[in-house]
Design a protein. Sequence first.
Length: 168
Amino acid sequence: MPFNKIIAESMDLTDTYAFTGTVSGAGGGKIGQVINATHSTEASTTSTSHSDTGLTANITPSATSSKILIMAKIPCGCNRNNAESYMNLDIVRGSTNIWVMGSQAFGGYTAGTGSLHNHSIQTLLYVDSPSTTSQTTYKITFAVQPDGNAITQYQSTPSTLTLMEVLA
């Protein structure tokens, strides 16, 4: 007996119902898979060129229409000596930067001379459309601008990188 109209107060939700046919208009947004990576070896740089933090993860999307939700939590330190110093982080897919943190997003400046130490947990969120069903590598890179020292996995506190495939 097919249902033409279901009235919630008359339907016993403890029963088992068998439905046939197709459902349209339900949309996507289901999570296909979750990959989680951690890294706890401290990395440091004094370079304005990006270096690997060591935080990396691979995912193989099940469809070219899938989106990848990238979430990262990275304990960071940014130290300066006698000048302003800012740290920036990038999200890299393969060898391509897909998200670039602004050059003055984390760090600080204080007039005068002497050292300045900033410590924080940086959180990155980004939705990528890789358009592939091949294994895809995501990693986090970092650099310091214009002078100083940038540290990730600060004091060996683990960083995490989570990749979630969102099905279309």
